[in-house]
Design a protein. Structure first.
Length: 167
């Protein structure tokens, strides 16, 4: 029995990329990984992705800017965490730097304060040192998971605990 004609994988690759971009913005690397999962030959994948870039349906710089804006607003992530997320999506170097530049240090600090304020529980005894230390560690650890530097996290939490305990 003779094998049928070999089908051109390019239309399938284009359909996959369009479907992925319809769901949400994606970086070139994310799309390349998806095409690889679907066993699209690497040369065909590169050709399709190049064409999508030419017509500006794939734009890693724009993707990075949108990603940073969205994740900073919704998740209150610090630049460190955002940089790691961008790297996972294939956005590094100047593209990542440019996207992260839209967040000022003041924006980052305000986001950290909002996170702490949301999680800060009234302390039964503001003079209880062990309770304060436990709260300090809990809130600083929460900020660390969001990508904030330890020194910044402890400073912000300390200031907010001082303000919450009153004069």
């Amino acid at each position: 029995m003779a094998a049928g004609p070999v089908q051109d994988p390019a239309p399938e690759a284009r359909a996959i990329v369009l479907r992925q971009l319809t769901m949400s913005p994606k970086s070139r690397l994310q799309l390349a990984r998806k095409l690889s999962e679907k066993n699209i030959p690497k040369d065909v994948a590169e050709e399709v992705l190049d064409r999508f870039e030419e017509v500006q349906l794939i734009d890693d710089a724009e993707f990075a800017h949108q990603w940073v804006r969205s994740r900073a607003q919704t998740r209150k992530l610090a630049k460190g965490a955002l940089r790691r997320e961008l790297a996972e999506k294939g956005i590094n170097g100047d593209l990542a730097d440019a996207a992260l530049d839209q967040l000022s240090d003041e924006d980052e600090e305000a986001a950290a304060r909002q996170l702490v304020e949301r999680k800060l529980r009234p302390c039964a005894d503001p003079g209880d040192r062990s309770e304060r230390d436990k709260t300090m560690r809990r809130l600083a650890a929460m900020l660390a998971r969001k990508g904030y530097q330890p020194s910044q996290a402890f400073r912000i939490v300390g200031e907010m605990l001082d303000a919450a305990s009153g004069p």
